[in-house]
Write a protein that binds this ligand. Structure first.
Ligand code: BGC
Length: 373
């Protein structure tokens, strides 16, 4: 990690020197003068990191990894979790602003409610990076870093399509939290692959919960990505629509927390791991879900190596603090209703039980012991 951040720093220094006086002023941090050594830029800079919740494994990893990287590079940090409560996150952002943060990194809970808090931050010259989830309806978000969210859903849809081949199947679709800007991308990516098969009659949705259009995904959205809500919804669908020996063959789950609840419901209804167990998708490679994959209770997960996202965001922070040009690779896809936010997109990866060792273990994301291997 130290090596990586040093590398990022030297790249940024070279970029800053190369750009010299031509660097656009909007890309300069208000607190630094060009050409200063990274340690000086870092020492003056408090970075506020606002994360959504400690209740999901990934955000704990995200927060601690980013904080560690920034601290190693000499930045001061304050890391806050908001228990999935939008009001609490607003207060935390306000507090970070008042504490003198120069840069805010925000993984929003509700992407639509932060605008006033960010306007106050902007008035103090604070730069804002949206982390993983876009913040909507505000000009005051400067950059966005995330995994390609549409691709996440597309990978889930394509996985299902390739697994079912030309078999006729019963599928139940789920979508993520309606207040999370990512959820519509996940759903659209998957549904663009799946809905033609629903139209052709290869896929049946016995519960009738197939949204007629991508825009109607919120009807099957699970607030706060709750495992418990997903479990009871799946139980209801199984009890109401899978009677008389009818079986569900596929469950489109947008992420691992939902997949966990869905697997519980399936188990409760008597589904046993084996060739007839439904194909259940996921996202995040949470530990419990990787264990479920190894136990045959989940077919795949889309792995987003949160360390890479942290590395990227730490690099952006460093670039902002030093007044270098902030590197992005997508300037059109993520319009927040006010502007297209300059974005750095990372690539998500499909992991099945066969790739657990070669991806998650080899990369050090988990140890064998973590996974009971
Ligand atoms: C993230 C997913 C995560 C979900 C629930 C989304 O915004 O991109 O990785 O599973 O939130 O926390």
């Amino acid at each position: 990690m130290t090596h990586r951040i040093r590398t990022a720093s030297s790249v940024a220094i070279i970029a800053a020197l190369a750009l010299g006086a031509t660097a656009c002023s909007s890309e300069r941090a208000d607190t630094t003068s060009g050409g200063s050594p990274s340690s000086a830029a870092a020492a003056d800079t408090l970075v506020g990191i606002a994360m959504p919740t400690k209740s999901l494994e990934r955000w704990n990893k995200d927060g601690s990894h980013l904080q560690e990287l920034l601290n190693k590079a000499g930045y001061k940090t304050t890391l806050q979790y908001a228990d999935n409560k939008p009001d609490q996150q607003i207060t935390q952002v306000q507090n970070m602003t008042n504490q003198g943060a120069k840069i805010l990194v925000v993984a929003s809970i509700d992407g639509k409610v932060l605008a006033p808090a960010l306007a106050a931050a902007k008035a103090k010259g604070i730069k804002v990076i949206a982390y993983d989830r876009l913040i909507n309806g505000t000009p005051d978000v400067d950059y966005y870093a995330t995994f390609d969210n549409y691709k996440v859903g597309q990978l889930q849809g394509e996985f299902i399509k390739s697994k079912i081949g030309d078999k006729k199947v019963n599928l139940e679709p789920f979508a993520g939290s309606p207040d999370d800007n990512n959820a519509k991308f996940f759903f659209s990516g998957a549904w663009d692959v799946i809905s033609p098969l629903v139209t052709s009659g290869q896929i049946t949705v016995p519960s009738g919960k197939a949204p007629a259009t991508n825009q109607q995904w919120t009807k099957i959205g699970v607030l706060n990505w709750s495992s418990d809500t997903a479990q009871s919804e799946m139980q209801n669908r199984l009890n109401s629509f899978y009677t008389g020996g009818k079986k569900v063959n596929v469950v489109l789950s947008p992420n691992d927390s939902l997949a966990l609840g869905i697997a519980q419901a399936l188990e409760g209804a008597g589904y046993k791991p084996g060739p007839d167990y439904p194909i259940v998708t996921g996202q995040d490679a949470d530990k419990a879900n990787v264990r479920n994959m190894l136990a045959g209770k989940q077919a795949m997960t889309v792995w987003k190596d949160t360390r890479k996202l942290g590395d990227q965001v730490a690099k952006m922070v460093d670039e902002i603090a030093k007044g270098s040009q902030v590197q992005v690779n997508d300037t059109t896809s993520y319009n927040n209703g006010v502007k297209a936010v300059p974005t750095y997109l990372l690539e998500p990866v499909v992991v099945t039980k066969d790739e657990v060792e070669s991806t998650l273990v080899t990369s050090g994301f988990y140890s064998k012991a973590d996974l009971g291997l």
